[in-house]
Design a binder for this molecule. Structure first.
Ligand code: GDP
Length: 528
């Protein structure tokens, strides 16, 4: 039996972010090849690949019209216990995706070498920066024709505003991909195409190998030597403190599909990141190896099981050990309870967790008492972790109920669904819920809302598009009625009665700022 500290030291909890199709699923699968997957429902059973398991699950979710999961996979490697928090892309993208990043200790950013930084990555990246967590970059698909590696680094630096430090350097790409130069080892790791199996014959070639010329394509050796000089002379120096505070991203080049560079990446990743760190709660730092349990809810998922219409609250454990039968205290609800049916893993199968440690994620049955951001602790403790900010929605619709007699159900349904964090609701200041503006981060959430109101609350709604594209929270003390605004800008309030501005274009955001001295705006809502 290892001690609590030993258990926690071995843990790494990271989110994997990318634009759709960059290779996140493939990289995750390859990482799992190296570890014994301890909790990966679906993939083991029926010998289907993790990819199928995960996407099948999403299909099912979509048919049921419920929000799409960010799943968590746990595996062991070299004595470490690794939790990967997957973040959905495509139209499945939702505020959950952002919230998942609040539960991670670091992020792996996967970039397609032929495309560079893409839109979805930018959005997710912003949240990582806000949290100052380490971001490790994997530039994928080097076996395909890629952009010039220096251009790729420049792209990351310019678009995302983070310094880069390449840990290895590619030699060619596509048909001429010969491998990577490992800057730490000072050796070339040569690439041979294979079927992406775990056991890869990889030759390490020292730079002074007399046959180096013949092992590379014509001209590659000179380019490599020039590149190394340039990187050593003009590149950012590696600095672990900068990496750990999210100011410098170590960059690895590889090819997930052919399993090239994945294991060295994993090994380095484990050294670059730390075990779970202390988290702040009410001005105090809560150490992960404290002798009490603490966790916060970062996601609530409704209706995982249609027959039960239940909700599952996902929590990230921040300190101590979780035991299946232990009693806990829900700070916001001011009540003691046992967490019912604690489970790990969120694909088709749920496995009951016997125990879990700081760094792990568990899902518990929630009869409707938890809200996003809530704190759960051992009885006797009373602190609360800082809540989770609300992220600015990007799509807005005007929603009304068809049948005005069903007002009660409508209000109840809208409020409950908003409480779970699937949608955000706004209304005109000082007016009720006659007309509600619903904001979502991903458009799929509109379908989810319609489906759920009909099926769970028996309310039909009319949804109209609005021309609004941007929303900003007003953070300065101003009288919203006295604001000088462009005609297409609208003032609204959220459920906490914070005032916000809705804009049709970025141009009107600038207009508002220029015409109202002292007005300050923010693109996320502060947690209480
Ligand atoms: P995700 O949407 O980010 O999860 O991307 P996937 O992992 O599903 O990959 C998208 C597509 O790119 C799939 O067809 C993969 O087989 C392919 N792919 C992923 N990694 C590589 C790679 O390293 N090289 C090549 N050539 N294709 C890749």
């Amino acid at each position: 039996m290892s001690t609590l500290t030993e258990q926690i030291e071995k843990r790494r909890t990271f989110a994997i972010i990318s634009h759709p199709d960059a290779g996140k699923t493939t990289l995750t699968e390859k990482l799992l090849l190296y570890g014994g997957a301890i909790n990966l429902a679906g993939s083991v059973k029926g010998k289907r690949t993790a990819k199928h398991a995960v996407s099948d699950w999403m299909e099912i979710e979509k048919q049921r019209g419920i929000s799409v999961t960010s799943s968590v996979l746990q595996f062991k490697y070299d004595g470490y216990c690794i939790n990967i928090l997957d973040t959905p892309g495509h139209q499945d993208f939702s505020e959950d995706t952002y919230r998942t990043l609040m539960a991670a200790d670091s992020a792996v950013m996967v970039i397609d070498a032929s495309k560079g930084v893409e839109n979805q990555t930018k959005k997710l990246f912003k949240v990582c920066v806000m949290r100052h967590i380490p971001i490790i970059t994997f530039i994928n698909k080097m076996d395909r024709d890629a952009q010039n590696p220096f251009d790729l680094l420049e792209d990351i630096e310019n678009v995302l505003g983070i310094n880069t430090c390449p840990m290895n350097w590619p030699i060619g790409s596509g048909k001429e991909f010969k491998g990577v130069y490992d800057r730490k080892k000072g050796k070339i790791l040569s690439y041979t195409a294979n079927n992406g199996q775990r056991e890869v014959e990889q030759e390490e070639i020292p730079l002074d190998d007399p046959d180096l010329d013949s092992k590379l394509f014509y001209g590659q050796k000179d380019t490599l030597f020039d590149d190394i000089d340039l990187l050593d002379g003009a590149g950012n120096e590696f600095d672990i403190d900068m990496v750990r505070s999210g100011q410098l991203t170590p960059v690895f080049f590889g090819s997930a599909l052919t399993n090239f560079g994945v294991e060295p990446f994993l090994q380095e990743f484990l050294q670059l990141t730390t075990a779970p760190l202390a988290r702040e709660a009410g001005g105090e730092m809560i150490a992960p190896d404290s002798d009490f349990f603490s966790a916060f809810v970062f996601k609530i998922q409704a209706n995982m099981n249609k027959a039960h219409r239940d909700r599952v609250a996902f929590m990230r454990i921040c300190s101590g050990k979780f035991d299946k039968n232990m009693e806990v205290y829900h700070v916001q609800g001011d009540r003691k309870m046992k967490l019912s049916q604690p489970q790990q893993i969120m694909a088709q199968e749920r496995e009951v967790v016997e125990e879990a440690y700081a760094g792990d994620i568990i899902g518990v049955f929630d009869p409707g008492m938890f809200s996003i951001g809530d704190t759960i602790v051992s009885p006797g403790q009373k602190f609360a972790f800082k809540g989770i900010p609300t992220f600015a929605p990007e799509h807005f619709a005007l929603v009304r109920q068809k049948d005005t007699m069903k007002r009660k159900q409508f209000v109840k349904g809208m409020n409950q669904i908003a409480q779970e964090g699937a949608i955000q609701i706004f209304h005109e200041p000082e007016s009720g819920m006659e007309e509600v503006i619903v904001g979502v981060v991903g458009v799929l959430q509109f379908d989810v809302l319609k489906y759920r109101l009909e099926n769970e609350y028996n309310v039909e709604i009319i949804m109209e598009n609005t021309p609004y594209q941007f929303i900003r929270w007003i953070t300065s003390e101003v009288d919203y009625k006295a604001l000088d605004l462009a005609s297409d800008t609208k003032v609204v309030a959220d459920f906490r009665d914070n005032k916000l501005l809705l804009f049709r274009s970025e141009w009107s955001i600038d207009w508002a700022l220029e015409h109202n001295k002292g007005l300050t705006l923010q693109d996320f809502g502060n947690a209480e």
